[in-house]
Design a protein around this ligand. Structure first.
Ligand code: 5GP
Length: 119
């Protein structure tokens, strides 16, 4: 683990509780504490705490692929894939990022409508 310790680092190390619903060798998935859809799960890299997408290096590209694959596998497992879902990664302030340890949101369980409206 790098020295970018965040709330998600504490969840990964089981120092604070979370509703963990997915785990493999590289990715942890847990339910978002403030869900924005009937199903809202966060997928985070377990072994590297990269602050934002803007910090991602080409040699770390596989890690983002693993987040996407983990979300897709979870969605299939939970019977969400046929109806469909959305995955989102927020980057910094205008993207709405609040936790600076990259993560992928999986949103599902209802028609989600359009997105990206400026506030
Ligand atoms: P961001 O806004 O950075 O893209 O996403 C961070 C997400 O973490 C938010 O959707 C927020 O609800 C979620 N979150 C913040 N604190 C906690 C927590 O303590 N536990 C869990 N499970 N989710 C959290």
């Amino acid at each position: 683990m790098s020295d970018n310790d965040t709330l998600f680092g504490k969840i990964i190390r089981r120092e604070i509780p979370a509703n963990i619903v997915y785990e493999d060798d590289q990715v942890l998935g847990f339910k978002d504490i403030a869900p924005q859809a009937p199903v809202h799960v966060l997928f985070v890299p377990k072994n590297e705490a990269i602050p934002t997408l803007d910090d991602l290096k080409p040699q770390q590209a596989e890690l983002v692929g693993r987040l996407v694959l983990a979300a897709a596998e979870y969605a299939r497992r939970e019977g969400l894939a046929e109806d469909g879902y959305r995955v989102v990664m927020n980057c910094r302030e205008h993207g709405g990022q609040t936790v600076y340890h990259i993560h992928l949101h999986l949103l599902a369980g209802a028609h989600l409508g359009r997105f990206g409206t400026p506030r």
